[in-house]
Ligand binder design. Structure first.
Ligand code: BT5
Length: 322
């Protein structure tokens, strides 16, 4: 309902729109309209009201509200259903609960802040209020569990394509960190629920540092993290960037569902900064630590490393570029 009111105000542009016509179109009372307007104001919308002329939208907040993100969003699956939280422990946790209860393919959970943002291997992910885009996508793909890791690469490519649209040069480090100047801007955590041979659902959590200055990062992250605003030299609209990410995500998801992952893997290669470099690998499984040269990304999305003991294929782990 509130989303429709925002849409009507936006369509009216510089003009006022009367409470009566909003009420008429929505089939509610004028008092109900007024209550919705009050609620929108509490959410940061600047709405001018005049007794004779009605309401006019002066400014919309840079909040990741469905009323901001979904109006005019050109996606078929991703973000059609969207759950917004001012604050939450972890959007992945919420998304998994929703998926368990049947949430549809492409459902999004987004938060202004996470109090317990998760990285891989139970690490923490710093997610301060209003400064980034912390969200999770629920996917119910028709492909096999062995393809799940490639969905993580797909998410990284989606963010990279969105960065490209904003002229922010993306650098992907295997498997899915996006870096600037060697420091991390985006982290991705994919969690899979399924049975043998079948994915029931995937939850892909993406954390994007948008408007965080270097001094604002906690000390332990200052030398390893960066944000989009640092590349751009000015703050970026989170609303616009998030819409771009969702549109790219949707495009890629439709494409891989129909034609497989070849194109995603090629685009990943285009943005990657790992191949051709000397790297150190810490394998996820046994924690084994070795060095070598990253020579290829294979068709499973795994990294092929040329080591003193010959070629090794890494399916999961941490990589640092030497
Ligand atoms: C990741 O783990 O990078 C996956 C992060 C996924 C976060 C999203 S946010 C929405 C969704 N909901 C969640 O709860 N999680 C997902 P990993 O590769 O393990 O990296 C974690 C490490 O990155 C930490 O140990 C820190 O060193 C560093 N780090 C933490 N917060 C960071 C930040 N905001 N920016 C850059 N680096 C960060």
């Amino acid at each position: 309902m509130r989303k429709t009111i925002v849409e009507m105000l936006k369509n009216a542009g510089e003009n006022f729109i009367s409470g009566e016509s909003i009420a008429g179109d929505l089939g509610i009372s004028r008092t109900a309209v007024w209550k919705h307007i009050q609620k929108l104001r509490e959410n940061g919308y600047e709405i001018i009201s005049s007794e004779r002329r009605g309401y006019k939208l002066k400014d919309a907040p840079d909040l990741l509200l469905p009323s901001e993100i979904q109006i005019g969003l050109k996606t078929k699956i991703v973000g059609v259903d969207m759950h917004y939280h001012p604050s939450v422990d972890s959007t992945n946790r919420v998304a998994k609960a929703l998926a368990y209860h049947g949430a549809m393919d492409g459902t999004i959970v987004v938060a202004e802040e996470q109090t317990f943002g998760k990285g891989r291997l139970e690490r923490k992910f710093y997610s301060p209020r209003g400064k980034g885009i912390w969200f999770s996508v629920i996917l119910r793909p028709n492909f096999l569990p062995k393809d799940a890791p490639k969905c993580t690469l797909m998410a990284a490519v989606a963010v990279a394509e969105a960065m490209d649209r904003f002229n922010l040069k993306p650098e992907i480090k295997w498997p899915n960190d996006i870096l600037f100047d060697g420091r991390k801007i985006v982290g991705i955590l994919t969690e899979i629920t399924g049975e043998l041979g079948k994915i029931t659902y995937l939850v892909i959590g993406v954390g994007i540092n948008v408007n965080i200055s270097r001094e604002e990062f906690p000390e332990d992250l200052r030398d390893i993290a960066a944000s989009l605003s640092e590349i751009k030299g000015e703050n970026i609209s989170r609303v616009k960037f998030f819409r771009a990410v969702l549109e790219e995500f949707d495009k890629l998801y439709l494409q891989v569902s129909e034609n497989g992952f070849d194109d995603v893997l090629n685009r990943w290669k285009k943005y990657n900064v790992t191949l051709g470099k000397n790297i150190r690998v810490i394998s996820a499984g046994d924690g084994e630590n070795f060095t070598g040269k990253a020579v290829d990304l294979n068709e499973d999305g795994a990294l092929v490393v040329d080591t003193v003991d010959g070629l090794r294929t890494v399916y999961a782990g941490d990589v640092s570029i030497r």
